[in-house]
Design a protein around this ligand. Structure first.
Ligand code: ADP
Ligand code: MG
Ligand code: MG
Length: 252
């Protein structure tokens, strides 16, 4: 069964500990939202889970669908069903969006089972249509010259085409205008299923007008300090984070 279990995770960047014993479990069928002020380690969490070499896991355990995630190489994590949409997707000159997508899909398949070109093109075209993307984006170099919103939409395109079992979206809503936000949210909602889990990292409550989470977590100083339902996000929108700091006696 689908699950991402994070237990007492500690991770450091350039020798500085950022994640300080973070625990969180996402099961298939669930949408979890992690919110928190800037600089609390939300993106670090996403990068550590994806296996970014700069983020050193020093303690704790993570399993994906029962398997030790931290033991896996980056490409193995993707093959095991993990998908990460990054806050700042990188540009790759010389690789077109469609080349990249086809390699990514084939990397998840057994040798000899590669997707046929025709099938791939149809799949990409229809997914792009759903996301209201201009067909020219098939042939553009990956993320090169894409606007912030176009990059985000392209991340969602990748998510739709790769059919992951566990999806991590890091600030997929930042830099989106209201129409793009709605389209991105529809992409997520269309992929909601009992055998897929979502960990959605966001700074803003507005995404939750379109995506209804099952659980909301507040992250501060490298750990989850409070969990609840959608009402928690509403309270954050209305009152900010100060009341949580007061509740927990955090001074900074
Ligand atoms: P958030 O996503 O919650 O805004 P980040 O995870 O991006 O927070 O950053 C948490 C802390 O880790 C910050 O102090 C940030 O400067 C530091 N950090 C993150 N990534 C790096 C990096 N690659 N090099 C140096 N410091 C980093
Ligand atoms: Mg940030
Ligand atoms: Mg971030």
């Amino acid at each position: 069964t689908v699950s991402l279990r994070i237990e007492q995770l500690r991770a450091a960047v350039e020798g500085k500990e950022i994640l300080k014993g973070l625990s969180l479990t996402v099961n298939g069928g669930e949408i979890h939202v992690v919110m928190g002020p800037n600089g609390t380690g939300k993106s670090t969490l996403a990068s550590a889970l994806m296996g970014h070499p700069k983020y050193e896991v020093t303690e704790g355990m993570v399993t994906l669908n029962g398997e030790d995630l931290l033991e896996m190489e980056v490409d193995e994590r993707a093959r095991a069903g993990l998908f990460l949409a990054m806050q700042y997707p990188s540009e790759i000159t010389g690789v077109t969006n469609s080349d990249f997508m086809r390699s990514a899909i084939n990397a998840k398949r057994e040798e000899g089972q590669e997707i046929s070109f025709i099938k791939f093109v149809r799949m990409m075209e229809s997914s792009m249509q759903t996301l209201e993307m201009n067909p020219e984006f098939m042939h553009r170099y990956l993320n090169e010259g894409f606007s912030g919103g176009e990059k985000k939409r392209n991340e969602i395109l990748q998510m739709m085409m790769l059919e992951p079992s566990m999806v991590i979206l890091d600030e997929i809503d930042s830099g989106l205008d209201i129409d793009a936000l709605r389209i991105v949210a529809e992409g997520v909602n269309a992929l909601r299923s009992a055998d897929r889990g979502f960990l959605i990292i966001t700074h803003y409550q507005r995404l939750l007008n379109y995506i209804k989470p099952d659980f909301v977590h507040v992250m501060m100083q490298g750990t989850i300090v409070k969990s609840g339902g959608p009402e928690l996000a509403e309270r954050l929108e209305a009152d900010g984070y100060e009341w949580i700091k007061e509740e927990l006696g955090i001074t900074e």
